[in-house]
Design a protein around this ligand. Structure first.
Ligand SMILES: [Zn+2]
Length: 423
């Protein structure tokens, strides 16, 4: 026999239960059992079930949070010690039924996320700075193809280039490492120091008058500035494009100053008693040197495409000395020019400078054997060595001219027109 449920009996029994949730649930069940499928009642029942499960979830969350805090403390405390939560550090959690708990938790979560993001951002920046510093400090020789465009100068030198080194300290430390610029740096650094020493010795000596010392000083200043600027340029030009451009301009200005400084004492002693000619020649070479300096301040002048123009400007500046040299030889004769005018040394100096400039412009020998002269004996190094040798040859020549001049005594009294041709 089937025992059918009596809907009204169940309803009465459920009404006696105090618990509102149970009561509501029972109501819902009753409605269902009684076959009342009213949509309003179903929605109401669903709402009640939702509230109940939300309360259970809140309670569960509260318990989990408390348990997590306790376990965290347990990790830090001695075994068996009673765990007491500090109410200041762990204020009592709000009642689970308090709807603001989720708002607070969300706000806390967002604040923690923001703080975390800020920390990550700062850490990332610090890490980037450290990585950049490590790269700068422990730079490795680089292949030409891996250089930034502005550092690409001579594609016949394949390996051994310095990368960009954004630290002057590291650039100067690179003087003591082997790379494509090592010899360029050392040749002109040693040359510069040598000329500082020679200049100091010469200017401290007592066997020359102050006028002669000033004339020699023009040459020493030109040599020291040229070699010093060149040394600085080759040391730091890999720092950055702007630094490279600035020092390349100084380097070119130095070449013009050395050329000018070389002419001044030679013209002074060569045309010692022909003041008009002497001053005209010194004036002309000064204007040409200033023009070369102005041209070398042009931004594009240092670009690889203008290599031949650079060599041309400085060779032309140097060859402008041919005119006073021809004047000197035509008035003194070849024998006296060699004997008294150090013409051999002047010609030798010109040959050394022009040879260096031609090698520099043509990039020989690395042009013939690309990649074979990356570190040693590349054209720029030969050019540097020839510049230093030429400067010392010239110093020897003008020293001989100065010594010889003192053996001749005072200048004869002649008119200005005659003095143009007669010594
Ligand atoms: Zn150089």
């Amino acid at each position: 026999m089937v025992d059918y449920l009596d809907p009204s009996a169940i309803e009465n029994e459920m009404e006696s239960v105090d618990d509102p949730i149970s009561s509501n649930e029972t109501d819902s069940q009753t409605h269902l059992l009684s076959g009342v499928h009213d949509e309003e009642n179903i929605n109401e029942s669903e709402q009640m079930l939702k509230q109940s499960s939300e309360m259970i979830a809140r309670e569960g969350l509260r318990e989990r949070m408390t348990a997590r805090r306790r376990s965290r403390l347990e990790c830090d405390s001695a075994e068996g010690e009673e765990i007491l939560l500090d109410p200041k550090e762990f204020p009592p959690l709000p009642e689970a039924s308090d709807p603001s708990i989720f708002e607070e938790m969300r706000a806390d979560g967002e604040a923690a996320l923001a703080a975390g993001m800020e920390f990550l951002s700062e850490t990332s920046e610090k890490a980037q700075r450290i990585i950049q510093r490590v790269i700068t400090d422990v730079w490795k020789q680089t292949h030409f193809h891996h250089l930034p465009e502005w550092l690409k100068d001579n594609d016949f030198l394949h390996f051994g280039h310095r990368p960009q080194i954004q630290s002057f300290r590291e650039c100067f430390k690179s003087i003591f490492r082997i790379h494509t610029e090592t010899v360029n740096i050392w040749t002109h650094m040693i040359g510069c120091i040598a000329f500082v020493a020679v200049a100091t010795y010469f200017l401290a000596a007592e066997n020359f008058a102050w006028t002669e010392k000033w004339m020699f000083s023009a040459f020493f200043a030109g040599a020291v500035l040229c070699l010093g600027f060149s040394f600085l340029f080759h040391t730091v030009y890999c720092h950055s494009q702007s630094v490279g451009k600035f020092f390349s301009k100084l380097d070119y200005c130095g070449i013009a100053l050395l050329t000018l400084g070389s002419f001044v004492p030679w013209l002074h002693f060569g045309f010692y008693c022909r003041s008009v000619a002497k001053h005209i020649y010194i004036g002309v070479i000064s204007v040409l040197a200033i023009t070369a300096i102005v041209v070398s301040l042009w931004d594009k002048f240092s670009e690889p495409a203008y290599r031949a123009l650079r060599a041309g400007v400085f060779v032309a500046l140097g060859l402008s000395g041919v005119i006073p040299a021809i004047h000197y030889v035509s008035s003194e004769g070849w024998v006296r020019s060699v004997h008294e005018g150090s013409m051999i040394y002047l010609v030798l100096m010109g040959v050394l400078y022009v040879s260096g400039a031609v090698l520099y412009a043509c990039r020989v020998p690395e042009r013939w054997f690309p990649g074979r002269f990356d570190i040693w004996f590349q054209s720029h190094q030969i050019f540097h060595v020839l510049v230093v040798i030429a400067a010392f040859v010239h110093y020897h020549g003008i020293s001989l001219m100065a010594n010889h001049r003192f053996t001749l005594g005072a200048c004869p009294q002649i008119s200005d027109t005659a003095s143009w041709f007669v010594s």
